[in-house]
Design a protein around this ligand. Structure first.
Ligand code: SAM
Length: 265
């Protein structure tokens, strides 16, 4: 395959370390009848190995140079190479049960993960390489600086695990940051919010002002008396800050909102 000059603005840091490639593939536990979506195949470091092990592989890549190379490669004839933007590609066209694998372009990790979670009925498992700090935010627990709305969103809809760290030297060109490989497994919420848009609106608002007391940051949602009643009912200390509340606390707060105030989003 032709060696193309990497485009920095497309997050092109290509995986070159064979041990890490093998670790990634082993972690995905591919089966012969798997249908896989690969995000950003680039020159195909993972594409070749995945294609040899699964039934169907869709590979969505925005850089036309790599799409042409992949389409011309006789070993990859069966791969459905799609030239497009993963943020626009019609994910609903993929069969339910599709596994997602991707060494993500870091500049759009957040919107990609939001989209994948938004289509979780199609994707039971996502295996993704992300920046280490981003992986920490996805898996963070209350009372830590990494804990925020991304942690709550990802953990509401799935189990998120960091499987291993990946050093910059595993890529060419080497990024300036450490990376990690994460697995997101979709599941039903452990406690369901009656109004999910309101839940995420409350969480986002709380973390936008993470230094403020929760009683202050949520005052756009209800008057002081109503908020005090909600906190008392949920046994939440109104003096707590956003990062002190668990996801379960936010769900209880949302579910305690009186019906007349369940109007968010
Ligand atoms: N999978 C290859 C590897 O592991 O070496 C390449 C990974 S590289 C970090 C990210 C890849 O995503 C690049 O090939 C880049 O062109 C592609 N990419 C960037 N933005 C994209 C987008 N919006 N939609 C699809 N692919 C994109």
């Amino acid at each position: 395959m032709t060696a193309h000059v990497p485009k920095k603005h497309l997050g092109q840091n290509f995986l070159v370390d064979p041990n890490i490639k093998n670790k990634i593939i082993a972690a995905c536990r591919l089966q012969k009848d798997d249908i896989v979506l690969e995000i950003g195949p680039g020159p195909g470091a993972l594409t070749r190995i995945i294609a040899a092990q699964v039934k169907t592989l869709y590979a969505v890549e925005t850089d036309a140079r790599f799409c042409e190379d992949l389409k011309r490669d006789p070993d990859l004839e069966a791969v459905k190479v799609i030239h497009g933007d993963i943020l626009k590609y019609d994910l609903k066209s993929l069969p339910p049960g599709t596994k997602v694998i991707g060494n993500l372009p870091y500049y759009i990790s957040s919107p990609i993960i939001e989209r994948l979670i938004g289509h979780r009925s199609i994707f039971p498992q996502c295996f993704l390489t992300v920046q280490w700090e981003f992986g920490r935010r996805l898996t963070a627990q209350p009372h830590t600086k990494d804990y925020g709305s991304l942690s709550c969103f990802a953990q509401y809809y799935g189990d998120v695990k960091i499987l291993f760290k990946i050093p910059p030297a595993a890529f060419r060109p080497a990024p300036r940051v450490v990376s990690c490989f994460v697995a997101i497994t979709s599941r039903e919420p452990q406690i369901k919010a009656h109004n999910e848009p309101l839940l995420f609106d409350i969480i986002r608002t709380a973390f936008q002002q993470r230094r403020k007391k929760i009683s202050n940051s949520l005052k756009t949602f209800a008057n002081r008396e109503t908020l005090a009643e909600i906190f008392a009912k949920c046994r939440i200390n109104a003096g707590d800050r956003a990062e002190n509340l668990s996801l379960a606390d936010y769900i209880r707060i949302t579910n305690a909102f009186p019906p007349r105030l369940q109007t968010s989003a």
